[in-house]
Design a protein around this ligand. Structure first.
Ligand code: ADP
Ligand code: ASP
Ligand code: MG
Length: 437
């Protein structure tokens, strides 16, 4: 059994929903995971923002516009009146629910219920379309098996037990359908796996059923060797090691959610990235690949802040690093990059939520300086240190750009460089020119 996940663009119009149904119909008894239609989750966020601000008119307008879009989709999707009626009723119920939040109290709890509607709607549309096509599809609701524990981590035991039971209850299905992104928390309340989290759903399901493969279907033919939003002429990478894919996803390659790799890696389940718009393209296979002694791809992570602590008095004393890191731990802020010298240490963080408090605490150990609006450029590949020349190539490519920090040797898979946001585009393009042409 495989898990086939389709992202927002892949189910973004009535025609795309039809294409996805045709794509999965004769491929065996697999589990199909869907995101919300593209743009829907953003609209639901917008509606929630209006409700937080008690702007009922704004919320109503956005809800009406979204509902009108779904009415048009239903009209185009189904050929029979019977299915148009069934889908209209089911989607109408979802919109009644969204409208029911027009109450004085609106909290994170209500927002999560609203955000869950996108995936509930897209899977309902697909379910009825498949039924109309005569496909023996069974819906396995994510809210019945996808759960997080008290630490907000997936409750893998619960997921596995519940999911197996649901599959066993429906042995005659030719296909299973479920929602990405949405789940319940440890208290049974509706929750989600963070924006872009449908990839994580697919991977958690893959791990739970020990799937043969996890396929992530999206709007591009695999992981490209650089970010196609900023660099022209990027090309798909045929194969990636789990570790390489994890680095790229974490450092900004949006095609894959950073959390998605781990469950697949732990269970050694290959992940294939494929293009719904070009299903024959080979895409990218992520698995325990052999070393290739090559640089595979570049990615960039935005909104990075660099913090430097300088202290000639303290650094050589043992325990200094621990004290510095403890401050970040206390403020629940994770560190991405680290560079040390005899007189100071620089670290980077990807959010400034607790920056003020962190700086105040760090000042006890020395002089603190901060650089905002930085970007981590991450070069990924089989970069074992005995292989010669890779770091020289990378640094050479960026010789005309001021580089604030370099991190190499933390793993066999990446070199990270910290540059200013205004140099990001140039840096990505220079690296592509040097490494992939
Ligand atoms: P989905 O909605 O299917 O989950 P996403 O928008 O999350 O799709 O991810 C696909 C997008 O990721 C592509 O359209 C592309 O713009 C972007 N992207 C960023 N970096 C890369 C990369 N290295 N390779 C491929 N796509 C990338
Ligand atoms: N629909 C959710 C989002 O837009 C989850 C996903 O697409 O993966 O973030
Ligand atoms: Mg995505």
């Amino acid at each position: 059994m495989k898990v086939l996940k389709f992202g927002g663009t892949s189910v973004g119009t009535a025609q795309r929903i039809k294409d996805v149904a045709a794509l999965v119909a004769n491929r065996g008894k697999n589990i199909v995971v869907l995101s919300a239609m593209s743009g829907t989750t953003n609209s639901l966020v917008e509606i929630s923002d209006y409700l937080y601000k008690k702007n009922v008119t704004g919320a109503k307008e956005t809800i009406n516009a979204l509902e009108a879009k779904y009415s048009r989709t239903i009209e185009e999707l189904y050929s029979s009146e019977e299915f148009k009626k069934a889908a209209t009723e089911a989607i109408g119920e979802r919109f009644d629910f969204i409208r029911s939040f027009n109450k004085p109290i609106f909290t994170l709890f209500e927002e999560k219920e609203i955000l869950a509607q996108g995936e509930l709607i897209s899977t309902t549309l697909m379910y009825y379309y498949m039924k109309e096509q005569g496909i023996n599809v069974v819906m396995i609701p994510a809210l019945d098996f996808m759960r997080t524990d008290k630490n907000a981590e997936p409750d893998t035991q619960y997921i596995q037990t519940k999911l197996s039971a649901l599959l066993e209850e429906n042995p005659d299905a030719s296909l299973y359908l479920t929602q990405g992104y949405i789940c319940r928390n440890a208290y049974g309340e509706i929750d989600n796996l963070q924006r872009g989290g449908s990839d994580y759903t697919a991977s958690l399901i893959g791990a739970a059923i020990n799937a043969e493969e996890i396929e992530i279907w999206t709007d591009i033919d695999g992981m490209h060797n650089n970010d196609p939003r900023f660099v022209e002429g990027t090309k798909p990478v045929k194969e990636l090691h789990f570790e390489e894919a994890a680095e790229l996803a974490y450092f900004g390659a949006k095609i894959l959610h950073p959390t998605c790799v781990l469950p697949a890696k732990l269970n050694n389940i290959p992940v294939r990235l494929l293009n719904t718009m070009d299903p024959e393209a080979p895409g990218t296979l992520i698995f325990n690949s052999r070393p290739t002694h090559s640089i595979k791809a570049v990615a960039a992570k935005d909104n990075i802040t660099a913090i430097k602590i300088k202290s000639s008095r303290m650094l050589l004393a043992y325990g200094f690093m621990r004290k510095v890191f403890e401050i970040f731990e206390t403020h629940r802020t994770s560190i991405d990059m680290v560079a040390t010298s005899e007189v100071g240490v620089s670290v980077t963080v990807d959010n400034e939520r607790n920056l003020h408090a962190i700086i105040e605490d760090l000042k006890k150990f020395g002089t603190v300086s901060v650089d905002h609006d930085m970007v981590i450029i991450c070069v990924v590949g089989d970069l074992e240190w005995q292989n010669r020349g890779f770091e020289a190539e990378v640094v050479n490519a960026l010789k005309d750009i001021p580089v604030r920090m370099i991190s190499y040797g933390g793993s066999n898979y990446n070199i990270s460089l910290l540059v200013r946001k205004c140099d990001k585009l140039k840096a990505l393009n220079l690296l592509s020119d040097r490494l992939f042409k």
